[in-house]
Design a protein around this ligand. Structure first.
Ligand code: ADP
Length: 558
């Protein structure tokens, strides 16, 4: 291959070409923009080779399209786009550019051109470069070499640009990740600072305290006291429930760091920086690295001093209330008992008088005695009710469990009530499946409950009927008894209060002198005692339904 020139003119040209060649890399040092590389390469080759035209086309790496093109020529029509020239060249050469010059029709003008086309990069992966000479000027070996070197250098520059882009993208990604990490850290720090709990973090295994949040300072009422090791925890003063002080290694944080213990909700009495005592509840846990080694420990704690004080006050109040209730019950039962004895005597004498044992009585005297008897009975009932209630409320009421056939019991109660219901011409029904419906409960109390409910139903119904219905509720493990009447009903605003002691509905007060407002309070307490429940539904003016539930069997009685 003849490369070196053999005459002076050629050697001058050769020197000029070599100078141009040596200038090539300088054009692209640090150049990353592919379009500018295409332009620079076209300029450099055009001035170095002085051909009729130069074309450079670079591909976009992702699409493989010739996206960056440049054309240089002496008289280039401004209408001709480099893209069209590139397309015409590629049509002439197909996808395989050749190193041998080929005569083709001039893509930028008329006539023919001797065209030298060289791929850039392996298999033209980066694109191509083409130089056209007049058909008479056959490009020398040096010129071909120069074109090839230009293409090679462009490939190197493009590869550099690619690497640069990759490195830059990687750098950006790393910067972004670092930024994200910093944001997360600062968010974590904010959370830590603003947490309503005190937080202290220590290094393992030394126990050196490395961080404490503001809440921690507030709870302890002194600025964060750093400690170089667990022994330094001595400066914090805490006490076990038995009053012995916490040794440094006994603090939850120290235990988490040294043994990996997870401490949950440990109550610690402590002395604050200003000497005030308090109670805190602390939870601590170790923080481990990927291998499971403890690298840190964290403790969170809340000041529960106020809660503790409130609890203590409440406990004291409860004790006082229980004591007051005990005294009240004792007083009530004492007074009731003292009232009952003379009342029984009054009733006895009344009976003797009414029976005319002490001589005959006029009609109006008899009526007065009958009224006295009535009132005395009512008073006795009231006293008995008060006694019952105070006995239940004092918790002294015992439960005597026996099997009870509810159907039989209801029929018995209804039979006893018939004279009352007959007085008002009320129909009275019992509805239940055939056969016994049995619960194990206290027969006297169940009877008292049902009697109260049925007598209320009769008392508050002037016409219509009373229906008592019992049915098993196997899924709930008991029996439901409904006492339904077509009576006066209960106003919505009264519904919530009728189970209170001494509460009587407006209508009830007008209509009867018998009521005391204790019946339903006793019912509620008894039902509760027998582990059942009671509810009421009522439509004012239409009637009421009391629904009682009794379990088949009582749970263990305390
Ligand atoms: P009382 O001695 O007045 O009957 P209770 O404690 O038994 O006291 O009932 C409280 C109030 O509940 C009654 O005064 C009455 O207003 C209302 N009440 C109870 N049962 C019925 C009912 N079946 N129909 C309408 N009102 C009722």
């Amino acid at each position: 291959m003849q490369v070196l020139p053999d005459n002076v003119q050629d050697s001058n040209r050769c020197i000029r070409d070599l100078v141009a060649l040596s200038a090539l890399p300088a054009i692209w040092v640090g150049e990353n923009d592919p379009q500018r590389i295409a332009e620079g390469l076209a300029d450099a080759l055009f001035s170095a080779l002085r051909p009729s035209m130069v074309y450079t086309g670079l591909k976009d790496r992702s699409s493989g399209r010739f996206a960056f093109e440049a054309v240089r020529a002496h008289r280039l029509s401004p209408h001709l786009k480099s893209q069209e020239i590139g397309n015409a060249l590629r049509q002439s050469f197909g996808s395989n550019p050749m190193a041998e010059p080929v005569l083709i029709s001039n893509p930028i003008g008329s006539g023919m051109l001797r065209m030298l086309v060289i791929p850039i990069g392996h298999d033209g992966m980066w694109g191509m470069v083409a130089a056209g000479f007049s058909p008479s000027a056959f490009p020398s070996e040096l010129e071909r070499l120069l074109l090839g070197v230009g293409a090679n250098q462009a490939a190197v520059v493009l590869e550099n640009a690619r690497l640069y882009h990759e490195a830059r993208a990687e750098l950006l990604a790393r910067q972004r990740a670092e930024e994200e990490r910093r944001t997360v850290l600062s968010q974590l720090e904010t959370v830590l600072r603003q947490m309503p709990a005190g937080v202290v973090i220590a290094e393992a295994p030394s126990g050196r305290l490395i961080l404490g949040n503001e809440q921690a300072d507030q709870i302890w009422r002194h600025p964060f006291m750093a400690a170089d090791d667990t022994a330094g925890y001595r400066q914090y003063r805490g006490f076990h429930p038995d009053g012995t002080p916490y040794l440094p290694e006994e603090w939850p944080l120290a235990r988490s760091i040294s043994t990996g213990e997870v401490v949950r909700g440990e109550e610690i009495d402590f002395i604050r920086g200003d000497g005030a005592p308090g109670t805190l509840v602390a939870s601590a846990a170790p923080i481990r690295d990927a291998e499971g080694k403890i690298i840190m420990g964290v403790v969170t704690f809340y000041d529960i001093t106020d809660r503790k004080k409130a609890e203590a006050a409440l406990k004291q109040k409860t004790i006082e209330a229980e004591e007051a209730s005990r005294l009240k019950s004792r007083f009530v039962s004492q007074v009731s008992h003292d009232l009952r004895t003379p009342l029984n005597a009054i009733m006895g004498y009344n009976h003797l008088l009414s029976a005319e044992i002490y001589g005959p009585l006029a009609e109006d005297q008899k009526q007065t005695l009958a009224r006295m008897q009535n009132n005395a009975e009512h008073l006795l009932k009231l006293i008995n009710n008060v006694l019952d209630l105070s006995k239940i409320e004092s918790g002294k009421e015992s439960i005597d469990l026996v099997p009870i056939d509810l159907v039989q019991l209801i029929e018995e109660i209804l039979a006893e009530m018939t004279p009352l219901s007959n007085q008002k011409s009320l129909s009275i029904y019992c509805r239940a499946r055939k056969g016994p419906i049995v619960v194990e409960s206290d027969a006297t109390k169940v009877k008292q409950i049902l009697t109260n409910l049925v007598s209320n139903a009769i008392k508050f119904t002037d016409q219509g009927s009373i229906t008592v219905e019992a049915r098993d509720q196997n899924e709930k493990g008991g029996v439901e008894i409904r006492i339904e009447d077509t009576g006066i009903g209960i106003k919505k605003n009264e519904l919530a209060r009728i189970f209170e002691s001494f509460y009587q509905g407006e209508k009830a007060i007008d209509r009867s002198s018998e009521g005391s407002g204790l019946g339903l309070a006793i019912v509620k307490d008894l039902v509760h005692l027998l582990q059942g429940n009671i509810a009421v539904q009522s439509e004012y003016g239409q009637g009421s339904t009391f629904t009682l539930f009794l379990p088949y069997r009582l749970n263990k009685i305390q």
